[in-house]
Design a protein around this ligand. Structure first.
Ligand code: TRP
Ligand code: ZN
Length: 877
């Protein structure tokens, strides 16, 4: 019997060193509440003293428990007072402090001491580039002081901090600055008060030598909000895009969701050492510099979009996350899925809606689909975990957003807005659940979501196969859905799948209206009348459901849609299907020469139509030119042979480059004449330039290298420069080294640009990528303590299909080494490398065995973090 499906047996025989598994069904409300907290920080790089005063009261809504559980992680209490008197009624339970309390209400005073400089995990209070800052989500607050570190305990915080004025001239915390002053000894202090009750994961503090880009925003009800973006001196010139994005986000959230900001101050601080993108702490967002700093010389168009999207995301959390927070961490998608949807809709409104939609689907397919079909698959509302940091996944974020987007599609924008209004109204100030959200949408929008709730409980990407049958005047669509088995979930029930569909008349090239149909059963048939000849089926338009579609379709029909579907996503999808179908068959060795020739001809026909279509804008044209990623193709051809897929994909690129040399050259020339600006035409032109280089250099590396070097030398912006360098990195041509050296020299000392320099080499198509990565690890600019740098080198490499999957397994061994070396330094980041090995079951036997062997090697390490241990165990299981 499979022990993983039998909880009793799993309990009976756990691996000896496994951390406990926590179950959603075991939720109980906290026995004690903390209505108020006062924190006092005596700041110091190596010895910060934290005094915490907690007002605790019994929770009338919970079972009585004399013990107050205060979570701690690596903490020792210097002193504990209960109601002002020394107390020895406490005990330790692992890292937690348990205090037995006799009455209904008490005041607890606890002193702890922590060392921010030694905090390489970057959770809790840590030092970054001379400043001190915090990261508390999900369970970092317990590394600062003892506290019920769970999101359903909401408190009003008053924070006082004192420290060297020279070292830490700026002192920030959540809420409003209520008082500050100077001491005679060269220290100064500040007091902050946040009137909004919040869980501990939203606490934040920053102390450092910072300068601000300041502005203000007046809300719809006339509240004037002071806005500051704090960075290290010298970086302030690269903060204007972030400020513009913040102001646009504030306005958009008022107009689109009716959400107004609720404090007089909104601070953002950028730090260079950070585990994730950014954090939505109340009134004091903390960001990875990558998502704040941008100017044309150092940031690509993609980077600008990243800044805009993440600034919006964190700002939107003020309502979806902070005003309404999560009851427990199983509900994480309640705030993350919803907030991702909100930032996606915002970005769609700020730029090209179809291009943004395609980009979001590409991310989903690259990151979430593989997760959903592998050993780490989990529902958007998981049932259990051992380490919550491992569940900040593409499933929770991106699939979570798709699930809410489906609700919006099914009930329509207006009704959806009513549902959201009701959700915010009902749950303002609450720690809520996913169920609360679904009920509010049901009641507010007037829609029945009973069966739809399965999207929250079932993992796995549904497969929908569609067959079109035509006879007489009638077209029939036969649809079947299947939700694949995932770990712990062998049997699945059908889910409601909203599909936008159109049937094209192949003679007129038009369709007669789009239909929204919901496939709720395992199988269904739909009939459409009035077709004298078989129509061409366009389905899952706009990617109305996060599923994979199998449609029996001729290449001729796919070319038809790729050239003229009026739904931009469906047009992109037809092109992708055409190419995926070809590459899966070709790399599997299943194509005759004749089939290969005819498939290439079809792809060429569609590609030519995309190049020459004058009705297309260039951003969309560039999007349509992007071939499906090797990862996506590998997902479609399990067990995958990465070398064969790589060769076929490169072969197709070279063939297209050769077929369309003149057109691509002309396109590159036309695009090169467009001057730099942020206008869509100029952004589109830059996208085309690099897409052109990709195909041209594939067909003719010598000429391509010349053209790329020219683009590199003449570039007046990072988009063109990085695009050219990316192409050069993949070529074994003399210009490669020249350009790399010039780039490093130009950006020496600029961390974010040097990250690009590492990442471009690590992800390159060059046959010696592995060798390059090993050499780069010895470069003086490389360090294992900065997550951005680690990701630039090793995450980029783990995503390099050719370098990572080298047939000797050396790429797998390198990632195994990285996990082992990084685990003691930064467990959260180390664990994020495990999925690269965890997909071992999807590859041909030799590679599969080598990947698995690395997981087994890691498993044997003397000491592993909870993060890495959980991921490796699940990956092997
Ligand atoms: N809540 C943050 C966001 O999505 C995520 C986050 C930031 C985070 N830093 C973290 C999660 C550290 C876990 C650990 O906006
Ligand atoms: Zn978020």
């Amino acid at each position: 019997m499979d022990i993983s499906t039998n909880p009793e047996m799993a309990d009976a025989a756990p691996a000896p060193h496994q951390p406990p598994e926590i179950f959603r069904k075991d939720y109980t409300p906290p026995a004690w509440l903390i209505p108020e907290v006062s924190l006092d920080f005596a700041l110091d790089d190596t010895r910060t003293k934290v005094t915490s005063v907690l007002k605790v009261t019994r929770n009338p809504a919970a079972d009585t428990d004399p013990n107050l559980r205060l979570n701690g992680d690596g903490l020792e209490a210097v002193s504990i007072l209960v109601d002002g008197a020394a107390d020895n009624s406490w005990t330790m339970d692992g890292g937690d402090l348990l205090i037995s309390l006799p009455g209904e209400k008490h005041e607890i005073t606890i002193v702890t001491e922590i060392n921010p400089s030694e905090n390489t995990q970057l959770m809790g209070l840590f030092a970054s580039g001379g400043m001190l800052c915090t990261q508390c989500e999900a369970e970092g607050f317990r590394r600062i002081t003892f506290f019920p570190d769970r999101p359903d305990v909401l408190s009003v915080y008053t924070v006082r901090m004192a420290g060297s004025k020279a070292k830490f001239p700026i002192l920030l915390a959540n809420g409003n600055n209520t008082a500050s002053g100077e001491n005679a000894d060269g220290t100064h202090w500040a007091e902050w008060h946040d009137p909004w009750p919040k869980p501990s994961y939203l606490f934040a503090l920053v102390a450092g030598d910072l300068v601000a880009n300041s502005d203000s925003f007046t809300t719809m009800n006339g509240r004037k909000v002071e806005l500051n973006i704090w960075v290290r001196e010298g970086d302030e010139g690269r903060t204007q895009h972030a400020m513009d994005s913040l102001i646009r986000s504030m306005k958009w959230d008022e107009e689109t969701f009716g959400r107004e900001y609720d404090l007089d101050l909104f601070n953002i601080v950028a730090v260079s050492d950070f585990n994730m993108g950014a954090m939505e702490n109340k009134g004091l967002n903390i960001f990875n510099t990558k998502y704040i700093l941008a100017d044309p010389d150092t940031a690509t168009d993609g980077d600008f979009d990243g800044v805009e999207g993440v600034v919006a995301h964190e700002y939107f959390h003020n309502w979806s996350g902070n005003r309404v927070t999560c009851r427990d961490w199983f509900q994480l998608s309640l705030k993350e899925g919803f907030t991702v949807l909100r930032d996606q809709l915002f970005s769609q409104d700020m730029g090209s809606e179809p291009v943004k939609r395609i980009e979001d689907v590409r991310i989903l397919r690259l990151a979430q689909f593989p997760e959903d079909s592998g050993p780490l698959a989990h529902p958007i509302r998981p049932d259990s975990f051992r380490e919550i940091s491992n569940f900040y996944t593409s499933t929770i974020y991106n699939k979570g957003a798709e699930v809410i987007r489906m609700m919006r599609t099914m009930c329509g924008e207006e009704a959806f807005r009513k549902g959201c209004d009701l959700y915010f109204e009902r749950h303002d100030g609450d720690a809520a659940t996913c169920e609360d959200f679904v009920s509010a949408i049901e009641d507010g929008a007037g829609i029945d979501l009973t069966q739809f709730r399965r999207w929250y409980s079932q993992a796995g990407t549904p497969k929908v196969s569609i067959r079109l049958e035509h006879s007489g005047q009638t077209a029939q669509l036969h649809m079947k859905q299947q939700v694949p088995a995932t770990p712990g979930q062998p049997d699945k029930a059908p889910m409601p799948i909203p599909l936008k569909i159109a049937l094209f008349d192949r003679t007129t090239g038009k369709h007669y209206g789009e239909h929204l149909v919901t496939l709720s059963d395992a199988e269904a048939t739909l009939s459409f009348d009035g077709f004298t000849q078989p129509p061409v089926l366009s389905v899952n338009r706009g990617f109305s459901a996060p599923i994979s579609v199998e449609r029996e379709m001729t290449n001729e029909d796919l070319v038809f849609l790729a050239a003229r579907d009026d739904d931009p996503f469906a047009r992109y999808e037809a092109m992708q299907d055409l190419v995926v179908g070809y590459l899966v068959a070709a790399s599997g060795g299943g194509l005759s020469d004749a089939d290969r020739t005819s498939a290439r001809a079809s792809i060429g026909e569609a590609f030519g139509a995309i190049l020459s279509d004058e009705a297309l804008d260039d951003e969309m044209r560039g999007e349509l030119m992007i071939l499906p990623s090797q990862t996506y193709i590998a997902e479609q051809s399990v067990p995958a042979d990465p070398a064969a897929i790589h060769d076929e994909r490169e072969g197709l690129k070279a063939w297209l480059g050769a077929q369309f040399t003149d057109e691509l050259m002309a396109m590159h020339q036309r695009a090169s004449a467009v001057p730099y600006s942020m206008k869509p035409e100029a952004r589109g032109a830059r996208k085309l330039k690099t897409q052109g280089l990709i195909y041209l250099s594939s067909a003719d590396p010598v000429h391509g290298a010349k053209l790329a070097k020219k683009q590199f030398d003449e570039a007046d912006n990072m988009t063109d420069r990085q695009g050219a360098l990316m192409v050069l990195c993949g070529l074994d041509q003399p210009q490669r080294e020249e350009a790399l050296a010039a780039f490093h020299k130009r950006y020496d000392g600029n961390a974010l640009a040097i990250d690009k320099w590492f990442a471009l080499q690590a992800s390159s198509l060059h046959p010696d990528a592995l060798k390059h990565v090993k050499a780069l690890a010895e470069h003086p600019d490389f360090t294992m303590t900065n997550p951005n740098r680690v990701r630039s080198l090793y995450m980029a490499f783990a995503g390099n299909p050719q370098g990572y999957h080298g047939s000797d397994g050396a790429g797998y061994e390198l990632i195994g080494d990285v996990i082992l070396a990084l685990d003691p330094i930064n467990a959260q980041t180390a664990a994020r490398f495990v999925p690269a090995l965890g997909k071992w079951r999807k590859f041909e036997p030799k590679r599969s065995a080598m990947m698995k062997a690395q997981l087994e090697r890691i498993m044997k390490a003397d000491k592993l973090s909870r993060d890495t241990l959980e991921q490796v165990t699940r990956s092997l299981g």
